[in-house]
Design a protein around this ligand. Structure first.
Ligand code: ATP
Ligand code: MG
Length: 512
């Protein structure tokens, strides 16, 4: 039933080079990985990690260099060629069809089930069953993709790749969108799987690298700058080798605000896409010059909260008082004009227009302001200068500001959104997972920027699952559970343990 006949004992890439216009994405890379090994590939945003893996998968073709499997050179013209050798990849951006079921999505790639004209869905179903049992990965074959949480979709991607017969797994930032619990589960699962598979694993989280990998390779500007046994190096060493300097995440130690409320959410009732109450009598306020961190397990109303504040979802009842004005059910344009900034979770669909250039994306919300337009004409000089300045300040890695934002690396797309939202000087910022997918140096920079905005009097609602990010940056921590505020506590009293208990929906007894 397997696609592959031979197992991969050794995979070697030799002198791989890949250029894009103005960018040397991979620069003479040589790497080797043997059966049963887990190689962690780490490096700054734009270092070339995804590009290298896309070459291994036959999605891009290298300009120079050769891939060897068991010492035989191979040439991949498409992902199908890579699959036929047993190499499978779970991408940074999931590639599932949202309005199809899990079963149908897996069937799409499962060639053996396509008997000349008819699809044998029963065969796909039993294959899913077999893989689920073998690896202890439970998925519901009949669930529709759009109904699944990100963690569940991740599992489907993995089951799909394994169903297709992958013996060599490539995982590009598999944990960046997972909850801490889902991350722990995935790492345990991959550990079990590593007995019989080889894995290349990309991550910005060094704890995972330490927990899972046997080998670590660091990429910088397209070059391998370090390779060694993971066990011989601490997370601190790896971080220093990766960024070239020591990383210290800043802390919010300024006194609490006294400037009065900037955003007040009063008794909000808001429905989810599936028509249940996502926000159920939700109330919270954030002062000027204050960061309120919203902690919670994802799926408890965070997404709907961010959308409803920004005019992207209807308020059934309740008020959103922003700087004295009720903006409930304003349209997004009106909310933006009122002075709201928004870093959304879905960066490719809500954060940027991928086919527009970087410089256009940086003024997306200001095409009608005097700064960048003159009635019917855009001021090209000002737009160019704005982009060049922000590119420098936010360290956006790109050859120029005219290329399509969609061709940037994952972390650099996030930097474009942050640069636009922070530099527009909003009165308030809703930041959803602002450092997801950023390398450690970039995350440190963004944390400093958020604290600086706070000190300038901007109110910030920080939605995140990284508890360290929340406790480092926030003045107050609010815990959301099932669409309600469970508790609001000063960040100084928000221990990991106390937050964990509140996030699980258990009432706080103050003693903890
Ligand atoms: N299709 C493309 N067209 C043009 N340039 C590209 C394309 N794909 C990648 N690049 C460029 O190649 C470089 C490496 O990008 P890559 O996506 O491999 O980085 P990465 O290490 O995966 O970063 P991240 O951690 O942010 O995901 C970047 O400068 C990026 O802009
Ligand atoms: Mg990448």
């Amino acid at each position: 039933m397997e696609l592959t006949t031979k197992t991969i004992k050794k995979l070697r890439i030799e002198h791989i080079t890949k250029r894009f216009p103005g960018v040397l994405a991979c620069d003479d890379i040589t790497l080797e990985i043997s059966k049963g090994e887990v190689l962690a590939l780490v490096g700054e945003n734009g270092a070339g990690k995804t590009t290298l893996m896309n070459i291994l998968m036959g999605l891009y073709h290298q300009d120079e260099g050769t891939i060897f499997i068991n010492d035989e050179p191979v040439h991949f013209r498409s992902p199908n060629d890579a699959f036929s050798h047993g190499i499978g990849m779970v991408h940074q951006q999931y590639m599932l069809v949202p309005n199809m079921s899990v079963l149908e999505n897996i069937a799409l790639g499962y060639k053996q089930a396509w008997n000349p004209l008819k699809l044998n869905l029963q065969m796909v179903r039993s294959r899913i069953e077999e893989i689920s049992q073998k690896y202890g990965l439970s998925v519901d074959p009949d669930a529709l993709i759009w109904q699944l949480s990100v963690g569940e979709q991740q599992r489907v991607e993995l089951v799909k790749t394994l169903c297709l017969g992958a013996k060599f797994l490539i995982l590009d930032e598999p944990t960046s969108a997972l909850t801490p619990q889902e991350t722990d589960e995935l790492i345990l699962l991959l550990k079990r799987m590593s007995n019989e598979l080889s894995i290349i694993f990309i991550s910005h989280k060094l704890q995972e690298v330490k927990d899972l990998s046997s080998q670590v390779a660091i990429l910088r500007h397209g070059k391998i700058v370090f390779q060694g046994n993971t066990i011989d190096h601490s997370s601190k060493d790896i971080a220093a080798l990766m960024t070239g300097h020591e990383v210290n995440l800043p802390q919010n130690d300024a006194p609490a605000c006294t400037l009065g409320p900037m955003l007040q959410l009063k008794n909000l009732f808001v429905k989810s896409d599936r028509d249940f109450l996502a926000l159920d009598d939700f109330s919270l306020y954030v002062c000027k010059g204050e960061i309120v961190g919203l902690a919670g397990v994802s799926g408890n109303g965070q997404k709907e909260l961010a959308e409803v504040i920004n005019g992207l979802r209807k308020v059934e009842s309740g008020e959103i008082i922003f700087d004295g004005v009720n903006i409930a059910n304003f349209n997004p344009r009106q909310v933006i004009s009122a002075g709201m900034g928004y870093v959304p979770e879905e960066r490719n669909t809500e954060g940027i227009v991928p086919s527009f250039s970087i410089k256009e994306n940086l003024i997306l919300k200001d095409t009608e302001t005097m700064q960048f337009s003159n009635r019917s004409f855009l001021k090209n000089g000002a737009i160019e200068k704005n982009a060049v300045d922000l590119r420098e300040q936010f360290d956006i890695r790109s050859p120029n500001v005219d290329i399509a934002a969609g061709s940037l690396s994952g972390g650099n797309i996030q930097k474009v959104i942050l640069a636009r939202e922070i530099s527009r000087n909003p009165k308030f910022l809703v930041a959803v997972y602002p450092t997801r997918g950023l390398d450690m140096g970039a995350a440190e920079f963004i944390h400093k920027q958020l604290l600086q905005k706070r000190n300038e009097g901007v109110g910030i609602l920080l939605i995140s699952e990284e508890l360290e990010e929340i406790t480092n940056l926030s003045d107050q921590v609010a815990v959301i559970f099932k669409g309600k505020i469970q508790k609001v506590i000063p960040a100084s009293e928000a221990s990991r343990r106390r937050l964990g208990i509140l996030m699980a929906g258990v009432k706080d007894d103050e003693e903890i």
